[in-house]
Design a protein around this ligand. Structure first.
Ligand SMILES: C[S@@+](CC[C@H](N)C(=O)[O-])C[C@H]1O[C@@H](n2cnc3c(N)ncnc32)[C@H](O)[C@@H]1O
Length: 270
């Protein structure tokens, strides 16, 4: 009496859904698996791009850095990464300031292969590893440079730039100069994305500070600012600014600041 295939079972997880079905007259059940991620929908919009890209990046790293990368990706959850991925230009030159091992340059390169990321970091061991990761992942347009953003070898214009958990590692007195430099490197309408931690709530700040101190010790500067202070500085530099707080299960007070450079603004008007 069966008029068509019947679904006899249903199992779901965060990544896939499996159905067992049986066609009329066919004695066996067949599984049909539908993956929720990594596969495009009919509108060509991936529901969430993430786990596979992260796995590929982690596997491209040397063993010790793999552990670090897994921690970084557990802090920079897909919610945070997707927010930044969507606001960054999907093609053109993009500057990654304080790129570290190039984890996020690789991630943003895998999500949008038209991006040509230039990563800079004063730690040459990190940029060498970043270069190796990009080459293993076939990200041939990515380049890395050991240095800081003020390095004269860096030439604009960039369609976008991002600074992920780096601003608070820069001395307070140098933060403004860095932002001016980034504004001048951006094309008109270029977008600057800053991911940092804000100073409230106090417990969240102290939690972050304790973990940062574990990594950098007590000699390095840690200069956090409230997100409204960052927004004010960026507006004074001529950016249009939006800020979002991104809640986490851990007490990190994450903020993402998106600053769009308005046309015809240069250091002359700083
Ligand atoms: C917390 S790590 C973040 C690395 C990477 N952005 C990420 O999210 O994994 C901070 C990085 O900032 C770099 N850094 C420190 N001072 C810097 C500066 N003045 N300019 C650029 N990068 C800097 C460090 O070498 C380090 O790789």
């Amino acid at each position: 009496m069966q008029a068509g295939p019947w679904v006899h079972g249903f199992m779901t997880s965060s990544v896939s859904c499996r159905l067992w079905w049986r066609s009329p007259g066919w004695p066996h059940y067949s599984p049909l698996e539908v993956s929720f991620i990594e596969r495009n929908t009919t509108d060509d919009a991936p529901e969430l791009f993430g786990r596979k890209a992260i796995d590929r990046i982690v596997s491209a790293l040397p063993p010790l850095e793999r552990a670090y990368a897994m921690i970084r990706f557990s802090i920079m959850r897909s919610k945070l990464l997707s927010v930044m991925d969507l606001v960054l230009p999907s093609e053109g030159r993009i500057l990654d300031v304080g790129c570290g091992f190039g984890l996020f340059a690789a991630y943003f390169g895998l999500t949008a292969p038209g991006r040509e990321v230039l990563g800079v970091d004063p730690d040459s061991r990190r940029t060498a590893i970043a270069e190796d990761v990009a080459s293993k992942l076939g990200l041939t347009k990515h380049k890395y440079l050991a240095g800081i953003a003020q390095d004269s070898r860096i030439k604009g214009p960039f369609a976008g730039a991002y600074v992920l958990d780096v601003m608070h590692h820069v001395e307070r007195e140098s933060q403004l100069d860095l932002l001016i430099r980034l504004r001048d490197l951006l094309a008109d309408d270029g977008v600057l994305v800053i991911k940092d931690v804000t100073t409230k709530p106090w417990v969240g700040l102290k939690f972050t500070e304790a973990l940062d101190r574990l990594v950098v010790g007590f000699k390095e500067p840690l200069a956090y600012r409230h997100h409204n202070e960052w927004a004010e500085i960026l507006r004074e530099l001529g950016f249009k600014v939006r800020v979002v707080r991104v809640p986490d299960i851990l007490p990190y007070p994450h903020v993402v600041i998106v600053a769009r450079k308005e046309r015809s603004i240069s250091s002359a008007s700083a």
